[in-house]
Design a protein around this ligand. Structure first.
Ligand code: SF4
Ligand code: SF4
Length: 223
């Protein structure tokens, strides 16, 4: 899931001019879970903006699997309202906002209402936690399913470093050292041999941006 947080209304009001007619686009998936772009948030923001004298041309809420995949259908459904709008305000992640811009044949100005934070999951207390940095070279198989690139403050592939103390990370003593977690998990799984394997340096060229992958290549299992 892509984790987002709302930008303050004050900031949005620096983007949108008084009298501007705006079409709102939420997201029925990640941003609904994050409470940044679900129906409730879209309608609440609509009300706030109207109070500030901003006209709302309409709103849409693309659903599964993702705003990026549904945006063309939503554009077709709301063609008239979008045509009448001066701009679009996207309550979704950066990917969603860019999909809106790339697929809008009227080339409207696209404003963004959220900050995209990370790829994460939500725990039972409703806290979003970062779990993957999309490194392109996953090592979870050897680390008991715990990501050292994301959970270790130094992103070490062969840890722990000398700063670990009582199982806690030197960068934040309230946080467990990722490599202690990895050790404990591999021990629990009876796979401590994996802990002793030295990992070669990462191929950082796999993180050269912008990355792209052809669907046919993605579906082929390399030999
Ligand atoms: S190693 Fe970590 S950052 Fe890399 S793909 Fe796996 S989970 Fe994501
Ligand atoms: S203490 Fe552990 S989590 Fe923190 S930087 Fe060192 S190896 Fe990484």
């Amino acid at each position: 899931m892509i984790i987002t947080k709302k930008k303050p209304l004050k900031e949005l009001l620096t983007y949108i001019k008084k009298g501007e007619k705006v079409f709102l686009i939420g997201c029925g998936e990640c941003s609904t879970t994050c409470k940044t772009g679900g129906e409730e948030e879209v309608l609440a923001l609509k009300k706030e903006l109207e109070k500030e004298g901003i006209k709302i041309a309409g709103w849409a809420l693309p659903k599964a699997p993702c705003i990026a995949a549904q945006i063309k259908t939503e554009f077709a459904r709301h063609l008239k309202e979008i045509k009448e709008a001066d701009s679009m305000l996207v309550l979704a992640c950066g990917l969603g906002a860019q999909s809106v811009r790339e697929n809008d044949r009227f080339a409207k100005v696209v404003h963004i209402a959220c900050d995209t934070m990370f790829i994460g999951e939500v725990d039972k207390e409703g806290i979003f936690k970062e779990r993957c940095s999309a490194c392109g070279e996953c090592v979870l198989e050897l680390t008991g399913g715990i990501c050292p690139i994301t959970l270790c403050a130094k992103g070490l592939l062969n840890g722990p470093c000398g700063g670990v103390s009582k199982g806690k990370c030197e960068a934040d003593r309230d946080r467990d050292c990722a490599w202690v977690l990895i050790y404990n998990e591999l021990k629990r799984q009876g796979r401590l041999d994996d802990f002793k394997k030295i990992q070669p340096p990462m191929d950082h060229s796999k993180m050269n941006k912008p990355r792209q992958l052809k669907l046919s290549a993605a579906n082929t299992i390399p030999s």
